[in-house]
Design a protein around this ligand. Structure first.
Ligand SMILES: [Zn+2]
Length: 277
């Protein structure tokens, strides 16, 4: 399934599709056409940067408006609820914006590898058929879930990693301070560690290129929306993430139930150091 590195016509189609994304998105959000003179990888990085910036701020502000203002009384009825202060959210936004150029670099490197034929990416679902496509997507998601869970768990269990890398993120995950803007408030190196499974997934699992791009952007939306303190009984996953009882993987908290044995870390850990991503 992986394209041969010498299959240049096939590989050029990846670059063509990436360039189409660049053209559509950047022409819509970046003033002028100066960006058209940048090399292709830089244009792709700029598109990823603008994309994550736009999604992060849009999702965050919509959440704040609906949950903390418009529907405030519907979602914040109990003592456990909290609405973070503007000061806390401003700090989270600053940390996230500083790390964002690094976060945008990962998918750019992945795209370069895909366009160079170093991964198992394919262009069209017709190349595998729908049944195999669904199986590959399931494998991709399972791989990410397990890998990111264990990396996240290592970031909590290995004290120097927690102290020097991951604590930055959880500094903003305290109850009454957690907001959707904490979703990307990471030390950049922490973001690198949690992003690496995407690279290995592309190397190991046949992946539809467009689906890979879509999943990356869905993750930004998801990461933004799982960071909150509301008593969200409407959605068990969001509720559990927000209350900080168990370590999440990429999308769920189920692996922490599966891999937490009696007497292990999570049994005796301080809830304040858990939860969130
Ligand atoms: Zn964590």
């Amino acid at each position: 399934m992986a394209p041969a590195a010498g299959d240049s016509d096939y590989l050029r189609q990846f670059a063509g599709e990436a360039e189409w994304y660049n053209e559509v998105f950047l022409s819509a959000v970046v003033p002028g056409d100066w960006w058209r003179r940048l090399p292709h990888p830089l244009r792709s990085w700029l598109r990823n940067l603008a994309g994550v910036f736009f999604l992060y701020l849009t999702c965050g502000f919509i959440w704040c408006f609906v949950i903390y203002y418009w529907k405030r009384h519907a979602f914040t009825r109990t003592a456990r609820d909290s609405v973070p202060t503007v000061r806390a959210m401003r700090k989270q936004i600053v940390v996230s914006l500083k790390a964002m150029p690094f976060f945008a670099a990962f998918p750019t490197v992945y795209e370069y590898m895909i366009e160079s034929g170093w991964t198992r990416c394919f262009l069209n679902i017709s190349e595998t058929g729908w049944a195999m496509y669904v199986i590959y997507v399931a494998l991709y998601l399972c791989f990410l879930e397990i890998s990111i869970y264990w990396i996240h768990r290592g970031l909590h269990d290995i004290q120097p990693l927690y102290k020097y890398l991951h604590a930055t993120h959880h500094m903003y995950n305290k109850e009454h301070a957690l907001s959707p803007f904490a979703g990307l408030a990471f030390n950049p190196l922490d973001g690198v560690l949690q992003g690496i499974p995407h690279l290995f997934a592309l190397l190991l699992i046949s992946t539809h290129f467009r689906t890979h791009i879509a999943l990356l952007f869905i993750e930004v939306v998801w990461t933004t929306y799982i960071h909150d303190c509301i008593h969200g009984k409407i959605w068990q996953v969001v509720y559990n993430f927000g209350q900080g009882a168990r370590l999440p993987g990429n999308f769920t908290i189920e692996l922490d139930t599966l891999y937490t044995f009696p007497g292990s870390r999570a049994e005796g850990a301080e809830p304040s150091s858990l939860g969130g991503a």
